[in-house]
Design a protein around this ligand. Structure first.
Ligand code: C5P
Length: 205
């Protein structure tokens, strides 16, 4: 069984996808971590994330960055990830890794931006998880404050709009809901309610 979970930044899809994987005893892949790993490798090697050749090279060596490196969650890494994600060569280099993961594990929950549209178009269930920009910015702001990062709600909201624009506007695998994906708006749901709603959709499918 393959479950695709897509959606914009801070919609709660990562937490939700992890919980779904535990519930259905499936392996889990955070595909955003792959793009973050490419971004982080570039930053650490002193390259500009806009350097297309260096980015494709980094994507081919993505295995060199452990996917549990805490620096993957940094805002600067997320920003670099969003830049390299618009690079078609980077996406091609990461595509096989993601498809193999689902195949080798005999089923999985994958979360990202293009799982239902590009990586696993034949997924058994597709969820498109979203929430209003204000709710997503509030969640991200609270997370950052809890981590001790100094920022303002306005700055977080602005970053989020920039990330959304880039993710939805890029030519290569733009973020969009697959026609056959189930829309799950978590604006008014806490995580437990979102998990319950997702499991109802998956069970029905
Ligand atoms: O989900 P996360 O914020 O970790 O993703 C980081 C960046 O990686 C996103 O802004 C997005 O541009 C990119 N990404 C992508 N396709 C995926 C997963 C992430 O383009 N399947």
């Amino acid at each position: 069984m393959i479950i695709a979970v897509d959606g914009p930044v801070a919609a709660g899809k990562g937490t939700l996808a992890r919980r779904i994987a535990v519930h259905y005893r499936l392996e889990y892949l955070d595909t955003g971590a792959l793009y973050r790993a490419v971004g982080l490798k570039l930053l650490r090697d002193g390259h500009d994330p806009h350097d297309e050749e260096a980015a494709v090279n980094a994507a081919r060596h993505v295995g060199e960055v452990p996917l549990d490196d805490p620096a993957l969650r940094d805002e600067a890494t997320g920003e670099a990830a969003s830049i390299v994600a618009a690079n078609q060569g980077v996406r091609a280099a990461l595509l096989q890794y993601q498809r193999d993961f689902a195949k080798i594990k005999g089923g999985a929950v994958l979360d990202g931006r293009d799982i239902g549209t590009v990586v696993c178009p034949n997924a058994d269930v597709k969820l498109f998880v979203t929430a209003s920009a204000e709710v997503r910015a509030r969640r991200r702001f609270d997370e950052l404050v809890a981590k001790g990062v100094e920022t303002t709600f306005e700055a977080v909201l602005e970053d989020l709009h920039a990330r959304d624009t880039r993710d939805m506007g890029r030519g290569a695998a733009p973020l969009k809901k697959a026609d056959d994906a189930h829309l799950l708006d978590t604006s008014k749901l806490d995580i437990e309610a979102a998990v319950t709603a997702a499991c109802m959709i998956i069970d029905a499918a």
